[in-house]
Design a protein around this ligand. Structure first.
Ligand SMILES: NC(=O)c1ccc[n+]([C@@H]2O[C@H](COP(=O)([O-])OP(=O)(O)OC[C@H]3O[C@@H](n4cnc5c(N)ncnc54)[C@H](OP(=O)(O)O)[C@@H]3O)[C@@H](O)[C@H]2O)c1
Length: 338
């Protein structure tokens, strides 16, 4: 069932950066970033045990403790259990995202998509988040970027473990919805094709952005729309490069990517708009997309995101992006409605 009406606005906040993604963020700055999101009217927050091995959940829980729980929507993830045992974060096996949470907590992270681990993970998240319930739960990263060729075996463990457990919790009213939280289209396509269990929402990260959207347009987004499954777009700035940063897909951007962003920037400048605004509004223009959740670790970014969402982008900008083949011919664009 659609959870769109529960997300309280199109703009949410992603807390991966608060897990000390890329840098050691002072506690006060992390908490002030969540406060800034609240003050800008954001009421949907996404987090995960993986983000800094519990650090992002602890910070989000701390920052939201002064708010009334019924006033905001919370999603977190299952599939990784955080232990008290310590490990060297620099030596973790993180697939293509190597080193990204090196500055996070040093707690051991165990990948486990079974039913028992799902329930344990939820219990642990509730404690870190200082709350008694979650709204949405995503099964995290059961995909090629973390497991390579082993991803289908992990997916099968999740199908009979995490998926069925979350489906039951949704049916019992314990949570409002569940789905996958992934950076790849294939697991979403496979889950959407299953007869059971039935997800409500998918967090698709990095695969519906200005820099990468062709594949999602072919099958995933039409299938999601047809089944009434909402899409939350994660990583709308491709982890930074579309917002003025230097990262693409959580690594330093390649010269090819930088050149492509420069082409977009030149068109944006010509039409007097920001690339950030184009990135956010592009993601939201697809009817299957219910919400977009940029991440940030500095309070000033939130004001910027908010302004980007409300920036007026002339239809001529989108027309030129189409002519220059910087957006796919079949991509719905905000300018189409103008
Ligand atoms: N598998 C999954 O489920 C999955 C995967 C990826 C993402 N997600 C979710 O989606 C959320 C968003 O993705 P994301 O945070 O990874 O990436 P993103 O939203 O594409 O980009 C966030 C990055 O952009 C940077 N940025 C923003 N404005 C900037 C500016 N003016 N100049 C320079 N840099 C700027 C931020 O830097 P600062 O940190 O310096 O503010 C931050 O590091 C995540 O937080 C997470 O909740 C889920």
């Amino acid at each position: 069932m659609s959870i769109r009406h529960k997300l309280q606005g199109k703009l949410g906040f992603g807390t991966a950066p608060l897990g000390n993604m890329f840098r050691n963020i002072p506690e006060a700055e992390a908490l002030a970033t969540v406060d800034a999101a609240w003050e800008q009217g954001i009421r949907y927050f996404d987090t995960a045990p993986l983000y800094g091995a519990g650090l992002a959940e602890l910070r989000l829980g701390e920052a939201l403790a002064k708010r009334k729980r019924e006033d905001y929507v919370l999603s977190t993830k299952v599939g990784r259990v955080i232990l008290d045992e310590i490990e060297d974060p620099a030596k973790r096996e993180m697939g293509e995202k190597g080193g990204v949470f090196e500055h996070g907590r040093p707690n051991k992270i165990v990948n486990d998509y079974s039913a028992d681990a799902t329930l344990r993970s939820i219990e642990d998240s509730l404690k870190r988040l200082k709350t008694d319930h979650l709204d949405l739960v995503f099964v995290h990263d059961v995909a090629q970027d973390f497991y390579g060729d082993d991803w289908l075996r992990q997916f099968e463990i999740a199908r009979t473990g995490a998926f069925r457990t979350l489906d039951r919790l949704r049916d019992e009213g314990v949570i409002k919805g569940w789905g996958l939280g992934v950076n790849r289209v294939e697991p979403v396509e496979v889950l959407l094709d299953l007869n059971e269990p039935k997800p409500d929402v998918m967090l698709l990260a990095g695969r519906y952005t200005l820099l990468d959207h062709e594949r999602s347009l072919q099958r995933l987004l039409p299938a999601a729309a047809q089944r009434g499954v909402d899409i939350v777009v994660g990583g709308p700035y491709s982890s930074g490069i579309l917002a003025g940063g230097t990262h693409f897909e959580y690594q330093k951007a390649s010269p090819e990517i930088i050149a492509r962003v420069e082409r977009i920037k030149a068109i944006a400048q010509k039409h007097g708009i920001s690339v950030k605004a184009a990135a956010l509004q592009f993601a939201l223009a697809h009817p299957a997309v219910a919400s977009v959740i940029p991440g940030a670790s500095r309070p000033e970014r939130i004001t910027e995101d908010h302004a980007a969402l409300n920036e007026k982008i002339p239809a001529a900008f989108w027309q030129e992006m189409r002519e220059q083949k910087l957006v796919a011919a079949g991509a719905p664009l905000p300018g189409d409605k103008a």
